[in-house]
Design a protein around this ligand. Sequence first.
Ligand code: ADP
Ligand code: MG
Length: 343
Amino acid sequence: MKKLLSMLIILILVFTFSSCADGKKRYEAESLQVFDTVTKIIAYSKNKSEFTELSEFVFDILNEYHKLYDIYHDYHGINNIKTINDNAGKSPVKVDKKIIDLLLFSKNAYTKTRGKCNVALGSVLKIWHKYRESGIDDPQNAKLPDLGSLRKAASHTDIGKIIIDEKKSTVFLADPKMSLDVGAVAKGFAAECVAQEIALRGYTSVLISIGGNVIAIGAKPGGSFWNVGIENPDNDGKEMPTLQLKDKSVVTSGVYQRYYTVNGKQYHHIIDPEALMPSTYFKSVTVVSDDSGLADALSTAVMCMPYEQGKELIDSISGTDAVWVLPDSNILYSDNFKQYLKK
Ligand code: ADP
Ligand code: MG
């Protein structure tokens, strides 16, 4: 549906809001073109043309990342993650540095999260994806994949078999049955790269949200905080904490984002690499971090660990905090989280 919409609507909406300190105005633009989700840019700019230049720049770069990190589609003249998967066990694929950087980052994220965020889990995730899509299309006949085939697929998820040759700028998957799925890290990693590019160009006071992966570049004019709400996983109108941020990222992973229903029970899209089943510890985990890619990797990984283990991991990384929403909707915070809560 989102795909169809994005094909129909080449959408860059620009709204103007009230002016504020130092004569800058608040502008907003939205696009459905990248990462199969809604991307929103909010920035304080001198005038509309300055903002349009910024938003087009951001959407253009994000579009490039979107194509490179796509696992489902081919693009003429581009070697992307799908090309790497298509060549698993056959030959190394020459790729853009943006792919090499993403995969080096992902290997590091795997180590940091003790394997809970694994971009080499493609063979397992493919099975869940197929059952989820059919279950959504035909809810009466929705089924769960059988554990035997998940286990078989899991024997082809060794991240050490992603062979990266930085000098030649190639990637080779050394197991013909393995495949990459970068869904857990791509949006956050791309957001971080874009933020660095726009900060280099001297922009401040910019907020980008890629499907709820939010990155704040600088503060609002005058130095005040951005207010970013945490989504309520129950969507029941209960108020959730609002965060006050400057130069930070906030990323949420949740069971409500993508799921299907089998025999009245919901099965979502974040798969515990050990259980090979959707994680069951929380309704959502929100991570605040200086690095958007890390926040994305951690939010997915921490969904797959008990609270004590996740908290230990989060508290061990400086500048990184988290909020856990438990199955009974109670909320837990990491040690230093309260500094972000709106007073
Ligand atoms: P979203 O991208 O929906 O905001 P996440 O960042 O948590 O949420 O990423 C979820 C996606 O990551 C899934 O759709 C799937 O493609 C992939 N994924 C699911 N479980 C794992 C896992 N344990 N490790 C790595 N990737 C995963
Ligand atoms: Mg993630």
